[in-house]
Design a protein around this ligand. Sequence first.
Ligand code: CTP
Ligand code: MG
Length: 249
Amino acid sequence: MTTLAILTAAGSGTRLGFDLPKALVPLRGLPLVLHAARRLTASGVVDALVVTAPNGLVSVMSDVLEHDPHVSVPVVVVAGGTTRQSSVAAGLTRARADIDTVVVHDAARPLAPAAMIRRVVETVKAGHQAVIPGLPVMDTVKILAPRGPVEDARGALPAGVERVASTPARTLLRAVQTPQAFDRALLVRAHSAGAARARTEATAATDDASLVEALGEDVFVVDGDELAMKVTTARDFYYIEKLLTEDGR
Ligand code: CTP
Ligand code: MG
């Protein structure tokens, strides 16, 4: 059994607001993408790596990854697409014929621990074809009534005011992370079916599991890890710097 990791690193990091694409921002001296690539390698369950780079930065990204002594698996860098979904699809086209399992991971989650990477990949290898890590949700979450003719018929709402439609049971909610692992054929099928719906950031899937769900196939959740939190804003970045120090790595 051979596993490919697609490491998404083609985003611009607009919400982080630094003057570099997010994946290249140094965390304790190492670019985020390199932290993530090292952990994928250290998991021992990843045989090859495809990294998506921002347009025009393929060779910069290659330089970062190819000369790192801790990234001991073959690395291919490809130009990403305009959405995360299309970046993953671009990465998938570079999977060698012998790959049967694909794990998709975000460079924006640089500290996802090796044990967690093993957990999702091994659960796929044990026969569950789509496996994602998730954490219990601490806040009560509300689902809003969609804006549209039905909502308007109830009376116009002022700007900044939304009506609540329902409250899902918190015990049934999970905040999901990456890495997400899949049987290769299933992930390819999910991306082919999802490609038509993904023209813009607003319509593209924000994770790969939702494309599998859209096929009507089962997706399974295993325990996530706080260390796998995503760096979106500057506050996340400073928090993760602190986590890294406490984690001793
Ligand atoms: N990503 C990608 N290709 C894109 C957009 C995003 O490979 N066209 C990757 C990012 O590099 C990141 C992951 O998908 O590792 C999650 O995306 P996000 O956190 O939204 O990162 P950015 O798109 O870089 O950030 P922002 O949305 O604030 O610009
Ligand atoms: Mg983004």
